[in-house]
Write a protein of this length. Sequence first.
Length: 680
Amino acid sequence: MTASQTAVDSGLLDTSAAKSRTRRRAASTVLVGIDTGGTFTDLVALVDGQVRIHKLLSTPDDPARAVIEGIRALLGEARADLVTYSTTVATNALLERKGARIALFTDAGFEDLIEIGRQNRTDLYALAPFRPEPLVARRMRFGVGGRTFFDGRIEKPLGRRDLAVIRRLAERSGAQAFAVCLLHSYANSRSEEAVARVLEPLGLPLSVSHRLLPEYREYERLSTTVTNAYVAPRMAAHLERLERDLAGSRLRVMQSNASAIGPRLARLEAVRTLLSGPAAGVAGAAGIMASAGVDRFITFDMGGTSTDVALFDRGAHIRTLSYPGGYAVRSPAIDMHTVGAGGGSIASIDAGGSLQVGPESAGADPGPACYGRGERATVTDANLVAGRLLAANFLGGRMRLHPDRAERALDTLGRAMKADAARGALGVLRVVNANMERAVRVISVERGFDPREFALVAFGGAGPMHACELAAELGIRHVILPRNPGLLCAWGALCAPLGREYSATLRDHAPSYRRLTERAKPMLARAERALLGDGASRSAIRHELWTDVRYRGQSYEIEVRLTPNFVDDFHALHQRTFGHSSPKEPVEVVNLRLRSHARQASVQPPLPLPGAARRPAPLATTNVLTESGSVSAPVFARDALGEGTTLKGPLIVAEMSTTGYVAADFTLRVDGFGNLHLET
């Protein structure tokens, strides 16, 4: 159930052809980008300037197995020089509550802070608000002596007896990992380091708060440290296996901020990878759209399990606080919103008789009913019954679909709705589109942006089938389908730069640009050492300094780029964000942040296939179900659509990684990089 293709060939490559080519090019540089999703594992390789793609079902019991199988099928006997990996291992460990058993060491009297948290409620009007169970059991939270003040003064140091007790508690705890978070360790880390020295000889994974997050706000620092301790052991075991199986290849791992790190840091600080996959998609879209001259767009990444959306306004916004699974994590991540709406999302009738779609997913096993093993109707089955997914084209024809099983599943659902299979399929599509529309409004309208001013960049295995209807509901008039949209996250991983982010709490009440840049010098030196150690060239390293600024007396900050005019920029941003500002009021810089990256050699998007016809002939015609009835739509091979091709919807575009549906109100246009622009 795999497929393989190069962007320079007119058709699919079979495995033997791929092997013969890789033998001839064994001496060339081979770069591989990988994205592991809930349903499929996607691979993109760059071999001597040529792009090769591959897609196979994920192996949830052991994600590394699909990765290794995919690389072997894609490259044959050749060895990858560099593999950049976008992974969901840490994410799944957290969301499925399959992480490590943790022992937490914190100040005596603060053992329950991880459970108390803050009074903030994500849904203010929920009658029964949900809060996830703490990741550390109450009996595994240990209070220790000593106390550090907010200014770094140690009021009561940890003594030898205190440390002996800590060692004894740790040995008897039965923990699989340790988390250490003491008050105000961002200001003075001496006490935390003393605890760490006692625990390190026990040989278990250790997460220490000032190493992960040297910032104030105790709860967020504690929650981030505990989350890291929870997911790090599983990530470490996974990466160790990958490194062993990829012997001879350098491995890098995508972070949530769309840059890559080495496997050692990913093992120690796995919390950095919680949004690894979605971040890779935004990175891939940014690179492709830069070539197309589009700098304001909304990414719409619909995969097999979930949909991730993000807003790109001449740059991606990096947030420092997110809540994966409901747990506070302060780690740099692209600002995005995720909903449980994907091709594998299961459709059902709830207790009130209403149709619901997701968040439960059929995943890769058993998968949608049309995969041949599942029985329950999913979004993929609905698309197949509605004629927007072509059974003969799935994965380039290399994976068999079962339309009869999809029809039966939708027929069963339709009877529960007092409708037939066709109306059931349209109902599923309508509900899942509504779920995704709400997600787009979260990152646009609720952030103060009008989605009509942006293009919608649709990718993922299912995104191009839903993009036109979603855009129409949002008033968006421009949809873009990049080349190989079902593998854009893997492309983003392949192109990702090396990156480091560091921060420090300052609490500077009279900030000046000169003093802040002086304070940043140790972080700059640290970032350069780290990036050079990961193989970056000094000339490729770039730094960005940011500040968290607020008016004195405010509780929360706004992140502002550190320039000589950063105070004026803060006032302007405050005005835009909250509708008011106070330019005469004094400001305070709370945190200083450094973002450093080093890009590898530029990787250009593939150009359209040579010799493609401007007015291609359709491969076939098919019937597509719409709200107004069944319509006949021609089916075009994407590789036959050359630069300048213009076609009027409705129509279907078939390619290996996905199928695109162009609704009747949209006109398709092909640009010089092979992107499809759907416009009304």
